[in-house]
Design a binder for this molecule. Structure first.
Ligand SMILES: [Zn+2]
Length: 285
């Protein structure tokens, strides 16, 4: 029997299931994926859809989860978080804004925890550490995505997407004995030396919006987030159009094509392997 096997399964957007077969952790679950037409669309108020969440969890093959870990509280990361925690018995972990989402959804207090930066939490054999990160700045979208502001009051759906304010952005470091380390970023932002003292074999980098930033920005992002932690593997998430339902074939967002090619080239030069994560495909880490 193989021991200490950790698998990573991507489920579109920045949804990542990480499991050792006993403990199941999910990051930024986004299964409802409201679009621009039909009921529950982005032109009006949106709610998590229990049916779509059940479909996503079934595709991942999980009924129970130990933790729902939130990198930040924009709707494409946090809309479904409380409902996923409720349906799977998981503990929702994130910023104070994530707690407002949990309270607004009526999640029991025992199923919610505010992450303290750089203080490890244990879930089964996993050690989970929240690291202060940064959100990519996309000037034309600032008013829409509630950048850099917090959710101040309990948030009960339905709500406009813009009510899901960022609430600060974290990267989540998962450590699994004896030597598996995975850094899951929440957005393609950085600040100088933001990962000082951190090592990670695998980095998962969401590329959404990166084409809005210049080549020099992307080079610095790579240096500060991938080279800085001595990564050997770089996986790309958040590349697909998240306004399409989960059962539709994934389609690449137009705003990340140039970034993907540049980052793949930089990684090849540094002998770091790369992959664009494919929905539902499990990778052994
Ligand atoms: Zn965001």
């Amino acid at each position: 029997m193989v021991q200490n096997t950790v698998s990573l399964t991507f489920a579109s957007t920045n949804t990542l299931l990480i499991s050792d077969g006993k403990t199941h952790l999910i990051i930024d679950p986004h299964f409802t994926r409201p679009g621009f037409v039909g009921q529950n669309n982005l032109l009006g108020r949106i709610s998590p859809s229990p049916e779509r969440i059940a479909y996503g969890l079934a595709c991942l093959g999980v009924k129970s989860l130990d933790a729902v870990l939130l990198t930040h509280t924009h709707y494409d990361h946090a809309l479904d978080a409380a409902e996923v925690a409720r349906m799977t018995g998981a503990c929702l972990v994130g910023s104070p804004s994530a707690e407002k989402i949990a309270i607004g959804a009526g999640l029991p207090k025992t199923n919610c925890q505010i992450a303290v930066e750089r203080v490890p939490m244990k879930f089964g054999a996993f050690e989970v550490i929240f690291l202060r990160g940064a959100h990519i700045s996309i000037p034309p979208l600032l008013p829409v995505i509630g950048m850099a502001r917090e959710i101040k009051r309990p948030l009960t759906p339905p709500q406009f997407a813009s009510a899901y304010r960022e609430g600060g952005t974290y990267a989540i470091l998962l450590q699994y004995p004896p030597s598996i380390t995975i850094l899951c970023m929440g957005s393609a932002g950085y600040f100088p030396n933001w990962l000082s003292g951190i090592q990670a074999q695998t980095v998962i980098l969401p590329v959404g919006g990166l084409d809005f930033r210049g080549k020099a920005y992307r080079q610095m992002l790579f240096e500060q987030s991938v080279l800085a932690v001595d990564a050997r593997r770089l996986f790309f998430s958040h590349w697909d159009d998240f306004t399409r339902p989960l059962d539709a074939p994934p389609r690449m967002m137009p705003a990340c094509r140039k970034a993907l090619i540049q980052l793949e080239t930089l990684a090849a030069k540094a002998q770091i392997s790369t992959a664009r994560l494919k929905p539902w495909l499990s990778i052994s880490l």
